[in-house]
Design a protein. Structure first.
Length: 219
């Protein structure tokens, strides 16, 4: 179960950031709350190479902008929406993201370790060459997301919908897909080597497997 804000050990130390978020900013124990922002969002922000540690983001909408190379360590996010934002080459460590949404986001080359997504929606997110280790997608929806050339290790997806995912040239190690309510791989079926699926999921994927090796199935 996702933690609540009051459960965070650093909650009482949180303060609002002084001024606008800045490139190469170093932020410890800050809370960025959409309720305190004009219009509740951050448009076209440039926060590249920043660092957030023991920090919280709540009800914030990021539209476009860049947070490339930013590091998120021990952060908690709830009701955060990202649209067309650049998060490429970011680093996420010990993070929890609850009821968030990403659409048209670039996360290519990002590194995520011990990250938990719960109740989140991902639409057309670029996860190419991403590095995921001990990452959970719980009750999430991932649609038209591209994990090509990524490395996924100890990833789980309980209760999640995986629709039209690309896994071309991805490397999967101890990836458990059995909890997915929908498992639809549009590209890179051979990259499922290293994943665990159920017998029913295998039956559902059988037509795609046949097509991928040039087998025609005709009754």
């Amino acid at each position: 179960m996702a933690r609540e804000l009051d459960d965070l050990p650093y909650m009482r130390y949180l303060t609002a950031p002084e001024g606008d978020l800045e490139t190469e900013g170093d932020y410890d124990c800050v809370r960025v709350d959409g309720g305190e922002l004009d219009g509740g969002g951050l448009d076209d922000v440039d926060v590249r190479h920043a660092r957030f540690s023991e920090s919280v983001f709540t009800s914030v909408a990021f539209t476009r902008g860049s947070l490339r190379y930013t590091r998120f360590s021990d952060v908690w996010l709830r009701h955060v929406r990202w649209v067309g934002t650049e998060l490429a080459d970011t680093v996420w460590l010990d993070a929890e993201v609850v009821s968030g949404a990403m659409s048209g986001v670039d996360m290519a080359g990002a590194t995520l370790r011990r990250v938990r997504f719960e109740g989140c929606k991902f639409d057309s997110v670029n996860f190419r060459a991403v590095q995921l280790r001990e990452v959970s997608f719980i009750d999430c929806v991932l649609r038209d997301c591209d994990f090509a050339a990524g490395a996924l290790t100890e990833v789980t997806v309980p209760g999640s919908t995986l629709a039209r995912l690309s896994l071309r040239n991805a490397r999967l190690t101890k990836v458990d897909l059995r909890g997915a309510t929908v498992l639809d791989i549009s590209d890179g079926l051979d990259s499922l080597r290293g994943a665990t699926i159920t017998s029913l999921q295998l039956i559902d994927l059988a037509p795609a497997f046949a097509r991928s090796v040039g087998i025609t199935v005709r009754d």
